[in-house]
Design a protein around this ligand. Sequence first.
Ligand code: ADP
Ligand code: ADP
Ligand code: ZN
Ligand code: ZN
Length: 833
Amino acid sequence: MAADFDGYVRVRGAREHNLKNVDVDIPRNALVVFTGVSGSGKSSLAFGTLYAEAQRRYLESVSPYARRLFHQMPVPEVDAVDGLPPAVALQQQRGTPTTRSSVGSVSTLSNSLRMLYSRAGDYPAGQELLYAESFSPNTPQGACPQCHGLGRVYEATERSMVPDDSLTIRERAVAAWPTAWHGQNLRDILVTLGYDVDTPWRDLPKKTRDWILFTDEQPTVPVYAGLTPAETKRALKRKETPSYHGTFTGARKYVLQTFAGTESALMKKRVAQYLVSMACPLCEGKRLRKEALSITFAGHDITEISRLSLRQLAQLLQPYAILKASKRHPEKAVVTQRIAADLLARLEVMLDLGLGYLNLERGTPTLSPGELQRLRLATQVRSSLFGVVYVLDEPSAGLHPADTEALLRALDRLKAAGNSLFVVEHALDVIRHADWIVDVGPKAGQHGGQVLYSGKPAGLKAVKESRTAHYLFGEAQAAARAPRAPSAWLKLRGVVRNNLQGLDADIPLGVLAGVSGVSGSGKSSLVSQALIQLVQAQLGQPVAAEPAESTEDLLDSADAGELQGQIVAGMESLRRLVQVDQKPIGRTPRSNLATYTGLFDHVRKLFAATRAARAKHFDAGRFSFNVAKGRCPHCSGEGFVMVELLFLPSVYTPCPECEGARYNPQTLAVRYRDHNIAEVLAMTVDAAWEFFEDVPPLRHALDVLRAVGLGYLRLGQPATELSGGEAQRIKLATELQRASRGDTLYVLDEPTTGLHPSDIDLLLQQLHGLVDAGNSVVVVEHNVQVLADCDWLLDVGPGAGEEGGQIVASGTPSAVAKNKASRTAPYLRRALG
Ligand code: ADP
Ligand code: ADP
Ligand code: ZN
Ligand code: ZN
């Protein structure tokens, strides 16, 4: 064993997920990269085994109370791990994080900035010194009293509550009011009170309209149900006994009370549509009390400074990081210099990692997983921990090749500080930089799970079975393919979104089009936001505006910002828009590969058509584990039961009744070609492909799954066990089997995340298939293997944030490769050979 490393981590008998009793020795104090095709078991080894084991040991040493604060990994399946330092995971979080954090809070830069304002800010005369907490919108001392630090308030206005003012009250002009009995009750109360419920809303006097909508009074009056206004008048005069007494509630009061108080998600959604959000009038959206906002540094209040891009912030702080002698305030000068220098050093790491276009206020839910991971990485680089192992998941995701070099510098700094780095990665630039490679494979799922190679990079070349070796040491795979010519152009004009300021862009149709550019240049703003929403609007597909479920949701939709722009040509050749993203295909184990793709419907019909099923009158529904009649009653068709442990993560165990089969014995007694329904769900796609050889529709669906490289997945594999890359390919396969009619625009945002170069080749074949069938494909990408194989490229930039947002180059890959202004060009030239 090589002696140039400072000891080894020894893993014996690792069997997590698909790992096949793996033994491997991995050096400490080194950059170790785990490689292999998607699904081969890299994450199962790096995260599922090494990180999980390090966390388990650490948690044993902390109190049960503290343990609950951790997101605990399951205990790994492994015989022994020796020599393992404490570990920090910088994993990519897919899906939305639940807490409302920002770039400033995750990086802790906001804390330092508050200290700076508290101790070294310019105070107006008479304003006493404020503590750092007074500059935080999340503390009672700091938060604006009107919006409670949210910066926005939610109001119910006449327009939002009365969407159609030509209606009368009887015709439900006040749409915000409850429906059914309660709504009728409120109307009857208005009748008793003498209001006219049969005149169009807009013809009622303003005073009346205001009272009905905005009053806080809640009078209780007699109600005569079922009587006309005239009859009611008479009944009141004669003091007849009313049907009951009813209490009035103004429409705004009803909406606000229900939104704040209801337990029902449905009710909350219903009333949320009558609320509009606006900047808080008191703090003007700055979230803080007036006193805090009166204190400035370099002429800015703390909210203004938090809205500068990190690059501008660094420039602003630069002069303060040098100590200036001050006779009047010597202490303040020292404090200013210390804090500014510390902030500046931490900002520089973030700029180096290509994050200079972000600002401190930016909410983490609007960051891509790759940006968030680099933000955490930047925070760690300055944290001066040593002797730990950082476990990272594809840190190059979302990074332009020009930015990857900075990433490698950051990793080197962590290593130089005495740490170990275990990195799961596909990008060849990162793999080449490794001190040590652990190559897992040879293929995915049950055909993988072995360590093919563990050693210094050069030695991998001799490993014939390794797909990684093929790409790492193979010649540049230049596609000697003549690019297709666009059949039409989708012309976007005057696009305004984030850093796009009135951009005109011509998107080629009938080809595979790639959109490139450094991180933050505006690719997603152009493609995943503007293009999608504008095309959707033209096609008449509703722009998916999910109803808000909470104040946070409302805030996030406000964060999305405004969109302007129009499509002036090209729509005539499009009839459908499909966005294929990496979002999970389901959050519960009830959704799986077979249900999502729709092929399970067909399988259930086959079972229902067997003689045994017909004899017992079992229909297709009987064979669904989501329907009560056929499933195991003990686990409700889940196949496992959850055992809650007070201070430990809940554990799942196979259901003792059905032993994980999910169905009841009567259902399992039905066999199709000697297999019951549970046995079919346990088959891999490859096995099912042979089993259903003579069932053309199933065979077709399974063919497509195999073609995108998912032959190793089980039909019943729960959605919760699939990676983002697997989910995306399932979506793509589902689309592909819907025999394309040749008029669809497919949009993909970084489809290569999580994919090995050999998986990328499979993906490219599929995308070309879509184009050959007459469709258009637009991909946002960094991967040059993909960009070089596109028919047409749009390079966005030149820089990030305010320095981007333009189309720098547009043309075939070889034409863009010659463009002097494009930062993508040098990498394209290399790939094109
Ligand atoms: P890689 O990181 O190489 O892409 P993974 O380690 O994520 O591969 O997956 C290896 C295999 O384990 C795949 O077949 C995958 O479907 C399976 N797998 C991943 N996560 C789980 C899980 N939570 N439960 C069961 N199987 C899983
Ligand atoms: P790319 O896809 O090229 O990495 P983006 O389109 O995501 O770039 O971002 C372009 C610019 O718009 C950046 O300055 C980014 O910070 C900003 N931006 C993106 N999304 C949002 C958002 N939800 N809110 C505010 N700014 C955003
Ligand atoms: Zn406010
Ligand atoms: Zn059961």
